[in-house]
Write a protein that binds this ligand. Structure first.
Ligand SMILES: Nc1ncnc2c1ncn2[C@@H]1O[C@H](COP(=O)(O)OP(=O)(O)OP(=O)(O)O)[C@@H](O)[C@H]1O
Ligand SMILES: [Mg+2]
Length: 236
């Protein structure tokens, strides 16, 4: 579904992504892990079109490397942002409508109602999105906005971070439900190894912009290079 071929991103003298190649298959839930500053968000920015890399990105056989953000959204690439960014002065429902027009090129109020219901935001539909939501509701809105763009591939940047364990468990079940309901392929950035092991069919690790491991969560978290990237020593 998604193929990255030798993707490199430099910011001035800093190499944020270094020669990253990755093949994502339809229906996978891929965990993207790595220390702070490893390049995880940059990888999402590169796939969604906010950052121009060297190398090639193909989505369902189409070379999207040169396509602008909205064209990639129309092809079915949706994403959340690490820091939720609802549009100011708009209601929850209006935020979803704007996202839908941007990503899907149409306005379909029934689909928006469906997303509000599944994300348990219906009671807040007319609330001011920027001021009237608790943190958990903001996180659900961030996902709802991505769903409103009608993605086939959903990139989730630390949507589970900061949740206590019961809330995290509920959220994981919700992600599984969304995957089935909307026929999604998912990439999720998440630091917690247990969460990745439970949720994901596959995991990859970035370290200083390089992809250092790729496999099942068990394989990846037992890989000495991965242990070293997390702890600074292979025998820790
Ligand atoms: N627009 C930018 N301009 C310059 N440097 C950037 C830019 N975006 C990211 N960086 C740098 O690129 C590196 C990778 O950042 P990135 O945000 O992708 O890391 P991350 O893996 O998402 O980290 P975290 O776990 O903290 O979210 C960091 O050193 C960061 O400071
Ligand atoms: Mg990040």
């Amino acid at each position: 579904m998604l193929k990255l071929d030798a993707v490199t991103v430099r910011f001035g003298g800093l190499t944020a992504l270094s020669d990253v190649s990755l093949h994502l298959r339809k229906g996978e839930i891929l965990g993207l892990v790595g220390p702070n500053g490893a390049g995880k968000t940059t990888l999402f920015n590169t796939i969604s079109g906010l950052v121009r890399p060297r190398g090639r990105i193909a989505f369902n056989g189409t070379d999207i490397s040169r396509l602008p953000l909205h064209r990639r959204a129309r092809l079915g690439i949706g994403r959340t942002f690490q820091i939720p960014q609802p549009m100011q002065h708009l209601s929850v429902r209006e935020n979803l409508a704007v996202a839908q027009v941007f990503g899907a090129g149409r306005y379909d109020p029934e689909r928006i109602d469906e997303i509000l219901a599944v994300m348990e935001l219906s009671p807040k539909a007319d609330a001011d999105a920027a001021t009237a939501l608790a943190l958990q509701e903001l996180k659900r809105l961030e996902i709802a906005k991505a769903l409103a763009t009608e993605p086939k591939l959903l990139l989730l940047d630390e949507v589970l971070a900061g949740l206590e364990s019961n809330a995290k468990r509920a959220f994981m079940l919700k992600l599984r439900e969304l995957k089935a309901l909307f026929d999604l392929t998912i990439v999720i950035v998440e630091h917690d190894i247990e969460t990745i092991s439970e949720l994901c069919t596959r995991a990859v690790v970035l370290n200083f912009g390089q992809l250092i491991a790729d496999g099942t969560p068990t394989e990846v978290f037992n890989n000495p290079a991965v242990v070293e990237s997390y702890t600074g020593t292979a025998d820790a």
